[in-house]
Design a protein around this ligand. Sequence first.
Ligand SMILES: Cc1ncc(COP(=O)(O)O)c(C=O)c1O
Length: 377
Amino acid sequence: MTVLSPRPDLWTLDPGVLHLNHGSYGAVPRRTQEVMAALRVEMDANPMVWFRSVADRLTTSRLALASYLQVDPAGFVLVPNASAGVTVALATLPIPAGSKIVLTDHAYGAVRYAAERYAKAHGAEVDIVGVPLEADDATVVSLIADRLDGAAMLIVDQITSGTAKIFPIEALVPAAHARGVPVVVDGAHAPALIDAPASASADFWTGNFHKWPAAPRATAGLVVAEQWRTASMPLIVSWSEYDERLPERFDMQGTYDYVPWIAAPESLRVLSDLDWPARRPQLTALVEEGARLLAKALGTGIAEVGQAPATMRLVELPSSVDLSGGEALKARVSRELKAEITLTGFEDRGFVRLSAHAYNSLADFEKLSAGLPRVLA
Ligand SMILES: Cc1ncc(COP(=O)(O)O)c(C=O)c1O
């Protein structure tokens, strides 16, 4: 096996900072930034000509992104982020009064808020299923399936955010459908971490290109099952309101910066040039080694999460660390250690969620492990 070298040279990240949280906002490679810059020059040389060209450019980009996910392009639309993808699903699926929207206690906070808004508007409720961190796939399916009676929909993560745990989507979707419940898959972290991540049978699947595929921010996709394609509408009402073609209906939503969507395929080419299928398992081994170092330095362990995803690991925080001031603590780590990490909590436990991307090396994790215990003390 060829060991692939870290390639921080392909990014423009500040070399004086430890960047160990790709999972939150991604990081855009230099080449994609250059494509975006050139597109912006073109846009501002003649905005009229630019906006006349946008529809065709979006079609090209959308087809490339759909092909990357290996989904039917007729059901693939562009959205700015996974939050928007989930919101479109909530706005489309019927929510009868007295029904419930089922989520788990691993759901992303903003997604839970979206479910709460739509439940309230329809006289429905949100039902949160507790899933233990360590739960195996069979336990996850049985805990969720048991709560689906009377549900308008199930919204479930493919890779959870705060707990970096894989949920068994391919088993959950049929279990929900057997009870007549549509499924919305929040695959925010899935593109580039799971191959062909958009479950063929889910009613809606959404995922971010601006996380692991390192695309420009505000680039995400929503895959809509055939039966919901006529009813699905973009969140912004614009000239496409009466366009009967599904993907095109979501393409142009008023005067907007379409450069990230048009430039996004360049990041897929960067990933391909980085030999991503071979690199990803090596990054997983790197983050695991990094997590071991950090856990040793903190006197804790790597959290047992059932099925862990590629390239992210959770390291347990010492119980003495108070996460109630989590944002302030992250800012202190950023200031004092020049390290970007994220701290998460589940039940009464706290974690550092570590990420590894192509620009990371073991030295990053060694430096973090050498310094973090002092900052957390
Ligand atoms: C599971 C999950 N869902 C939704 C989101 C929201 O993504 P965005 O901010 O791109 O809408 C995230 C972001 O980290 C996430 O991890």
